[in-house]
Write a protein that binds this ligand. Sequence first.
Ligand code: FE2
Length: 287
Amino acid sequence: MSDAGLFFSRQAPGSEQALRSAVYAGEVFQLAATAATQALVIDARAALAAALADCGPDPRVAARALSGEEFFRRMGALRRLFYTDPRFHDHLRAVVAAAGFSVKDVAFDPLRLRVVDHLGHENPSAAAVYYPHRDTWYGHPSALIVGWIALDDLLPEETFWFFPRNFAAPAPNDSEIFDYDAWVRDGWSLKIGWQDPEAGRRARYPRFTGATRPAPAVGFGCAAGELLLFSGAHLHETRSHALGRTRFSLDFRLVHLGDAAAGRGAPNVDGRARGSALADYVRGAVG
Ligand SMILES: [Fe+2]
């Protein structure tokens, strides 16, 4: 798994169960765009364009035309829309079904808009964006499957790194600081990041605490609408960049309820978070 060229599987296995098992074993899938991912990207880009219409024709450079506070406010409104709007929940169901999952058997932590700005790592309020972490350190079950979709074609420096050697090997971390119930006690503003631009300075986010970045770091470029699927137990890190434009992507979390109930999933080699986000997931079945 350490060779970048061989790391990403382009073809999903023939059955859903085989796909889930492969993800739990650490395989990372980079799957071609489908009609469902393309429809989601079109709707998401339209919402982005509408929110930034007064900043010129390209949402990717709109941040240059706004104060940091105003850009955060507008992105917060979009984060809320994508995470809570039933229309985007339906988009997500379609994306997951097109990837081969039985929607009635799964639950979702819905779509998160990610905004990785030019030199964003120099903003102290955004520091947590760049922490190496496993998503499972945030109170998700070991059966967690992460989906990730770019809204534009992206260079490797605009995406993130995997650290595949740490999939099955412990990494130093402070995940014991994370208690899901405390995280959402005062509502979901902190969880989704739609109201308080300073929350990133005050809240504590679980992170890799090693002195140096693990090696190898395996990165990737991608096309808009491609779907990455990987275990939430993978150690990964958003890359900082200075490309003069903003990276926009959507991600979501997916759990097969039968697997979670049976204790199936990726190995938990070092996670110590408390509480469970699963109760707040949106059920795949409608009605
Ligand atoms: Fe993550």
